[in-house]
Design a protein around this ligand. Structure first.
Ligand code: NAP
Length: 290
């Protein structure tokens, strides 16, 4: 039976560590600040934004929420982001994705000051991750690496398979596993022999967005299985991309859904906000070195 990697417990540790760092900064007169921008009425996005706000408050991080209507004009969103770029109390800016139809996500992300880009989605930060010289790591993959580190699961020399190649999860996940010396394969919807590739994985990360997509016959006995998925099963119940019960019987480690990767994502956002506050106070004239 696989050992559960308890993302809730690990994220609680990280949040407690972050709260201490926030206090240390406050003692120096610095209050880390995060602005969260929500456009439209997507219920899942609203839930995520509320969770982020609550987590900020609990850690002592100042936060501002901007809720804009779905029909917001692109220029108005640019204006808001630009104002936040120049706002001293704000060290981190997060624009909740996905944006409603008609708004160009890429341009909006590119408008965010890379030093305030706590999601690490700006091309400048993505490039830095590629070369291993980063300011921030994207929250979900960073949270997964943190779970592996804290569970003392080494990926060095191991076969790591990431199913999914999105810019926010799959690609950066693969890069972080590579930085930790994993031998990484990325799979996607056009991959041939997906099952066979997954069966070779010592570390299998599922970021597909399809409920129970990874079945037991795709998992090598003893593999470490990380489930990024936040899906709904046939009864509308929250589940992951991994068929949890049968897979947990043969894996060595597994992350549950809920209570695995999800809580880690928020904890890493708090940590990135604190990092942003530290960097901006260490390098006030940061625009010059962007
Ligand atoms: P996404 O942008 O939709 O990407 C899904 C990826 O899965 C794509 O690369 C796609 O391949 C691949 N895929 C789809 N069908 C496939 C198939 N039949 N075989 C192989 N690959 C297939 O999703 P995402 O944003 O990366 O998110 C993935 C999941 O993680 C979702 O359930 C999301 O809700 C969840 N998530 C959770 C957190 C968290 O904090 N827990 C954070 C972010 C996302 P193509 O590129 O070829 O289309």
């Amino acid at each position: 039976m696989a050992k559960l990697i308890d993302g809730k417990a690990i994220s609680a540790q990280i949040k407690a560590e972050t709260a201490l760092e926030v206090q240390e900064l406050k003692d120096k007169g610095i209050i880390p600040g995060l602005a969260v921008v929500l456009v439209g009425n997507d219920p899942a996005s609203q839930t995520y934004v509320n969770l982020k706000e609550k987590a900020c408050a609990a850690a002592g991080i100042y936060s501002e929420k901007y809720a804009l209507p779905a029909n917001t004009h692109q220029d108005d969103l640019f204006d808001l982001v630009n104002r936040l770029n120049h706002k001293k109390e704000i060290h981190g800016i997060l624009v909740q994705l996905p944006l409603p139809d008609g708004l160009d996500e890429e341009s909006v992300i590119e408008t965010i000051d890379p030093w305030k880009d706590v999601d690490a989605f700006h091309p400048s930060n993505v490039g830095r991750i590629m070369i291993g010289n980063y300011r921030f790591l994207p929250c979900t993959p960073a949270g997964i690496m943190e779970m592996l580190h804290r569970e003392k699961i080494s990926v060095a020399g191991k076969k790591c398979v990431v199913v999914g190649r999105s810019n926010i999860v799959g690609k950066p996940m693969a890069m972080l596993l590579l930085h930790d010396n994993g031998t990484v394969t990325i799979c996607h919807s056009k991959t041939k022999d997906l099952e066979e590739i997954c069966r070779c994985a010592d570390v299998l990360v599922a970021a597909v967005g399809k409920p129970k997509f990874i079945t037991a016959d795709m998992v090598k006995p003893g593999a470490c299985v990380v489930d990024v998925g936040m899906d709904r099963d046939e009864n509308g119940k929250l589940c992951g991309d991994v068929d949890f019960e049968p897979v947990s019987r043969l894996a060595s480690y597994i992350t549950p859904v809920p209570g695995g990767v999800g809580p880690m994502t928020i904890a890493m956002l708090l940590r990135n906000t604190v990092t942003a506050a530290k960097i901006q106070n260490a390098i006030p004239d940061r625009q010059k070195v962007c």
